[in-house]
Design a protein around this ligand. Sequence first.
Ligand SMILES: Nc1nc2c(ncn2[C@@H]2O[C@H](COP(=O)(O)OP(=O)(O)O)[C@@H](O)[C@H]2O)c(=O)[nH]1
Ligand SMILES: [Mg+2]
Length: 278
Amino acid sequence: MNSRKRNAMQVMQQNKACVNRIIRALPPPFLRQATPYTLADFHPNVKTACANENQLLNVTLKVAKVVILGDVGTGKTSLVNRFVNQSFSNNYKATIGVDFEVERFDVLDMPFNLQIWDTAGQERFRCIASSYYRGAHAVVLVCDVTNLSTLTHAAQWLQDAQDANPGTQHDMMVMLVVNKRDMVNDTMFGIVEVKARQMCLSLGAEYWAVSAKTGECVEDFFRRLAALVFNAAVIAEVGSEIKQPAIKIGDGLMCDANGNANREAKKSGCSDNNSKCG
Ligand SMILES: Nc1nc2c(ncn2[C@@H]2O[C@H](COP(=O)(O)OP(=O)(O)O)[C@@H](O)[C@H]2O)c(=O)[nH]1
Ligand SMILES: [Mg+2]
């Protein structure tokens, strides 16, 4: 096990996530009109399940795989590095020899880890192994605001990820991130944004614009991603159907095994003034 992997284990075993990795309400999208994920907060069943830890025994829930995809030079490594190490360099080595980074969150008081996979430069030759994509819960498509062809290519990157995950039970979450926001003025950005939002619509992706260089919106983006993936993972485990109680609390009726309604027999007389307690 190399030292990076040991670090990943240490991250996951932390007792608590650091303050800015604690999520108690669903963070908002970048633009409310540019996301297919329109829920206003965590699903009620997710909140209930998290309040009652015993419902969430499945360990697979605790780690989610996120793959970062996009043309070479769009800033994928910079984006991950900004988030994980709060730093930026103009000169990343193409190969850093790391499979993934792990970031520990606490979502609704549940420990949750994002395993963030960055390529080691293979995207230059479009020869990413299918194991890179396999089992991904979320795909982050990174584009460069100064290079529109990187936006067009996002569709192909998503296709590759989907091809490597045929018939997945859960849908992969898709986020499209326009990076290098710092490099263009508002007019230019507006033009790219229109095109990026169109692409998001056709791919079923949520739209974001960030700068790995300045850090603008990077933290917000990953918090939103972690929360959405967590929500989907818990729903996959506990279901999204909201169970209505068959009988309202306090109506005093119970059903017998045949479905016949009976007056509830009092098991304890403590709430009944006339009964004898103790
Ligand atoms: N100005 C600016 N440059 C960036 C930004 N993100 C990445 N870069 C630069 O873009 C180049 C490619 O970045 P890198 O992270 O290696 O891209 P990757 O090939 O997609 O991993 C590097 O020179 C980075 O310094 C950004 O947000 N703003
Ligand atoms: Mg890279």
